[in-house]
Design a binder for this molecule. Sequence first.
Ligand code: SAH
Length: 394
Amino acid sequence: MAILILKDGKEKSVLLRHPWVFANAIREIRGHADPGDIVKIADKRGNILASGFYNPASSIRVRLFWWGNQTVPTSYFQTALNNAVKRRAPLAKASDTNAYRLVFSESDFLPGLIVDRYADVLVLQTLNPGMERLKETLAGHLMELLHPIAVIEKNDADTRKLEGLPVKRGILKGVAPDGPIEILENGHRFLVDLDGGQKTGFYLDQRENRALVARYAEGKTLLDAFSYTGGFSVYAAAAKATRLTRVDTSREALESGKRNLTINGLDAIQDEAIRGNVFQVLRGFRDRGRQFGMIVLDPPKLAATKAHRDRAIRGYKDINLLALKLLKPGGTLATFSCSGGIDADTFVRTLSWAAKDARREVQILHRLHQGPDHPVLLSFPEAAYLKGLFCRVL
Ligand code: SAH
C-alpha cells in the first residue's frame, strides 16, 4: 500500500480529523497508487496518521475515513454502512415518512457515498473512484440489510466529472420500478420520478423546513419560487394557505407539482403555475404591484465553489430584494442557499443588504439548515451546505 508523506505543518488538519487532504499538502508518494486505491497518510517523520481513497485526478487528493496507524479492516465498509443505517432508526420507525437520506458521505465516514431511501427503492451515488469500485458490493449489502425492491445508481452529478468518472444511471440490484414511485413525507404524498428527476429525484434535505413553513401558512397567499415538484406548496396547501403561485423554469416540474397537490386531495386550492425565470417573474410582479403573505425562495446552487461566489451573492441579493418588496407587512420569507461556496454569515449579510435596498425592516425568526439525516461532523463543517432564514417583514 502506498504511503503519502505530508509537508511539514500539513498534518494538523489530519490530526483534527478533517477528511480532505489536498494535493498541495503532499510532499511525496512512497510506492505506487492507482485512482481509487486506499493509501496511508504520514507526517514528515513517517508516522502513519490515517487512511483514505486516493485520486490523482482531483485536487482533493485523498479522502480520509480511517484514523490511526492500523490498516483499514476489510469489514470497514459494511460496518460503516450498518452504522449509518442504524443512526436513521428514528426516521425508519416513523409511519408518516419513508423518504430520507441513509448515508451522507463524509458525515457518515463513507466519503463519496450517498444513499437515499424512497419508499421501497434505494438510490445510490458514488462520487469518487474509491467508492465507485465498491458500488456493487455496497448495493449487495444494502439489499441484505434493508430488502428494497431495487438499488438504483443515479451517478449523474457534475462532481463526478471532476473526479474523472463517467456520468451514468441504471439498476444495480433488484427490479426497476415501473414509472414514478410514491413516497410519504410528514404524511404528505409525493410522486418521485427516479428516472427523470433532478438530484436524486426529490429534495429530502428540506423536510423539516417544509414543516416549519406549514406552521405559518394558514390564511396566507404563497409565492413558491423555484417550486420544483411543489414540496413547499403541498405542505402550505395542506396547512390551509389560501392561494399558491408556483414559479419554475421546468414545465415537467410544474406539472408534477400539480399532480402532487391532486394526490393529496388539495385540488381545490387556487393554484397558479408560472413557467418562467424567477429573476424576471419577480420583477414583473413588482412592476404590477402584486403582494404575497408568504414567499419561499429555494434556488438551485448559484455557487458550486468559491470561484463563483461574487456572482452568486449578487444573484441572492437580487431575488431576495425583490421578494422583500413583494411581501405584505407582517409577511414571511423562507429563503435558502444550497451553495457550498456561500457560508451562513455571508448569506445573512447578503439578506441585510437586500433589506436595506428594499427599505424593509426584517426580523429573523428561525435559522434553517438541512435535516438531521444530513448530519454535519464538527470536524467537517463543509458538509453544512444548506442554509436558510425564516424572516418576517415588518
Ligand atoms: N423547492 C423545491 C426544490 C427547488 S430545486 C422543493 O422543495 O422540492 C430548484 C428548482 O429551480 C428546479 O426545479 C429548477 O427547475 C428551478 N430553476 C432553476 N433556475 C431557475 C430560474 N432561474 N427560474 C425559475 N426556476 C428555476
